[in-house]
Design a protein around this ligand. Structure first.
Ligand code: APR
Length: 256
């Protein structure tokens, strides 16, 4: 189906009405929402996984067997993130929360941009690279304090190699994060799924769980995903940084 501006505008209006009418709305976000902040996503053409094989770089066993190698990729990612600013998509979700129209953002991202845009109820499903942790003694420090001169960074307490506080493939999602996220998905009436390919579980199980509990699922993505046509009620195709502010502009019209 050819996406015309008319039907995109109609879907933006429809999404705004769905948000206003919803008794509880949550958002599930992925790397796509931060692309307009200058952080590449993983699976689009030119994404991070086209440069680094995730099995070789993003699995906990790879980190444990060759932390020096993994830290070169991590350094590149962290310098990108530390230099990034929230974009209008992050701000639009923060504004919906301030209007009392968004209960929480469940994000797969580790860049902290939702919080910097003003969102308060943020569940970091894959952790956060704002912190470094020591797997041996539990020491934690803010990543911003890292000079990146010495890679890999070592724990000042026990000299073990520090790890960003993110969930690598092969690591479990913290139980309290899973519990809170699935509680939100099980009790919401609308999920805004923004900028995720929805292929990595258990995060990708959030929209189907919400759907199963009667929620509407609305996707905002530059392209169709594994959810489109199966779980999603509709996809608004385009960039989050353009579409979400337009939706919020329509919501303001409804509530003013
Ligand atoms: N606006 C909206 N969507 C976008 C934009 C944009 N500007 N740019 C890209 N996208 C979409 C892509 O079409 C794709 O569907 O964002 C999605 C990004 O998908 P992935 O790169 O797979 O990222 P994500 O879904 O967050 O990956 C999930 O996989 O590698 C792990 O832990 C990593 O959290 C990550 C998880």
């Amino acid at each position: 189906m050819k996406i015309t501006q008319d039907n995109k505008d109609a879907l933006i209006k429809k999404a705004a009405k769905d948000i206003v009418d919803s008794r509880k709305t949550i958002a599930l976000t992925g790397a796509g929402i931060s692309v307009e902040s200058g952080i590449p996503d993983f699976r689009s053409a030119g994404g991070l996984w086209s440069k680094y094989d995730p099995e070789e770089y993003a699995h906990i066993s790879a980190f444990q067997s060759n932390p020096e190698k993994i830290w070169h990729m991590l350094k590149e990612m962290m310098e990108l993130v530390l230099g990034a600013e929230p974009n209008p998509a992050h701000s639009a979700l923060a504004e919906l929360e301030q209007m009392g129209l968004l209960s929480s953002v469940i994000t797969q991202n580790v860049d902290g941009l939702h919080q910097r845009a003003g969102s308060r109820e943020v569940i970091e499903f894959h952790g956060s690279n704002q912190w470094l942790v020591c797997l041996e003694c539990g020491y934690r420090q803010e990543a911003a304090s890292l000079s990146f001169e010495v890679i890999p960074p070592r724990c000042p307490r026990c000299s073990s190699i520090l790890k960003p506080d993110v969930v690598f493939f092969g690591e479990p999602i913290p139980w309290e994060v899973q519990t809170r996220s699935f509680e939100e998905a099980g009790t919401c009436a609308l999920v805004l799924v923004v900028g995720t390919s929805a292929v990595v579980y258990p995060a990708a199980g959030i929209p189907p769980l919400a759907k199963q509990n009667g929620a509407k699922v609305v996707e905002i993505n530059t392209e169709p995903t594994a959810l489109t046509g199966f779980i999603s009620d509709y996809l608004i195709q385009g960039s989050a940084g353009t579409i979400l502010p337009k939706i919020v502009e329509e919501v303001r019209r409804h509530v003013s």
